[in-house]
Write a protein that binds this ligand. Structure first.
Ligand code: PEP
Ligand code: MN
Length: 337
């Protein structure tokens, strides 16, 4: 069960509710969001209903949910969340396209790619300054210097910035630069990291892990939200299956399933989903057709010399052509780009 307090509820009213719950032996987790204070309750519905909590001062309503994820569920918020990001809205009719290189490599590289993707219609620039690499000997990212380049791209193009954080110690730093913080597939169950970004205010983009079920994925969103940050965006980026033809198996069924289970915006990343630039645009089209609220696409001006993920990166011209195709599919399913 979830108990939602009225706007402007006072601390003595919250304390009175907590006392009442304490006397019933019900454990309550308090979430202090930017907009709302919410209690997540561990207790039987009939006992909680009988306690008439809704009659107490400051209480707006009691919501029943059988789901392990509460704040991420449609029970908590039946209508879709439209997340405001500057002048953009995520989860609305317009599909948000996030594009850019896998890694921030240099100012010149990011300026060239940033200019090209902005011209083609992307509204968010992606680029990793902290890179989760399989090998410790591979390029690990430019760190703060990379974040500064991203801020310059934002200044220059007007694109919003999304970038990954891998370490709790870097959350504050990354939050100073990013419009959206990315939690990568490998950190989807790094609960300390989820708690840390959940204590902040910057929207959090959580990528599905390669071995993560949909329920586990939603529980990761719940970690962030239960700390007070309700601005969460989910991203399907492919999972590992028996088929090794492609880098991953892009689970597009996850899109309508997530859309039915959660109110949070759902994004598709076809680049990591397939791992080969030739299949990126077809799967981007399919993602939009499946009902995604946005796309994340890797674009590089020189894929052959990219520091990471060159094989799956589109050249800027191919990205621009792809945007034309994505636009047509969006129109066919009642969306815009
Ligand atoms: C990325 O976005 O470059 C990335 C590392 O993605 P993922 O965490 O999905 O592998
Ligand atoms: Mn990548």
């Amino acid at each position: 069960m979830i108990l939602i307090f009225r706007h402007g509820v006072q601390q003595p009213e919250i304390d009175a509710v907590l006392d009442r719950l304490g006397s019933l032996g019900v454990k309550a987790h308090v979430t202090r969001g930017a907009e709302r204070i919410v209690l997540t309750l561990e207790g039987e519905e009939d006992i909680l209903r009988a306690a008439q909590l809704e009659a107490l001062a400051g209480v707006e309503r009691l919501v029943a949910t059988q789901k392990p994820y509460k704040l991420a569920s449609r029970d908590y918020r039946p209508e879709k969340t439209e997340l405001r990001l500057g002048r953009l809205k995520l989860g609305a009719k317009r599909i948000v396209v996030m594009a850019g290189p896998c890694s921030v490599e240099s100012r010149a590289q990011c300026f060239e790619i940033g200019d090209a993707v902005a011209k083609a219609g992307a509204t968010v620039f992606r680029g990793g300054a902290f890179k989760p690499r399989t090998s410790p000997y591979s390029f690990q990212g430019l760190g703060q210097e990379g974040l500064e380049i991203l801020a310059e791209v934002r200044e220059r193009t007007g694109l919003l910035i999304i970038t990954e954080v891998m370490d709790t110690r870097d959350v504050e730093l990354v939050a100073r630069y990013a419009d959206i913080i990315q939690i990568g597939a490998r950190n989807v169950q790094n609960f300390s990291l989820l708690n840390e970004v959940g204590r902040g205010q910057v929207p959090v983009f959580v990528k599905r892990g390669m071995m993560t079920t949909i329920t586990e994925f939603l529980m990761s969103a719940e970690y962030v939200m239960s700390n007070g940050n309700e601005s969460v965006i989910l991203c399907e980026r492919g999972i590992r299956t028996f088929d090794t033809t492609l880098r991953n198996t892009l689970d597009l069924a996850a899109v309508p399933v997530l859309q039915s289970l959660t109110h949070l915006p759902v994004i598709v990343d076809p680049s990591h989903g397939v791992g080969d630039w030739r299949y990126v645009v077809p799967m981007a089209r399919a993602g939009v057709a499946a009902g995604a609220d946005g796309l994340m696409i890797e674009v590089h001006n020189s894929p052959a010399t990219a520091f990471s993920d060159g094989v799956q990166s589109l050249l800027p011209e191919r990205f621009a052509d792809g945007m034309g195709e994505i636009r047509k599919v969006a129109r066919a399913v009642g969306r815009t780009v």
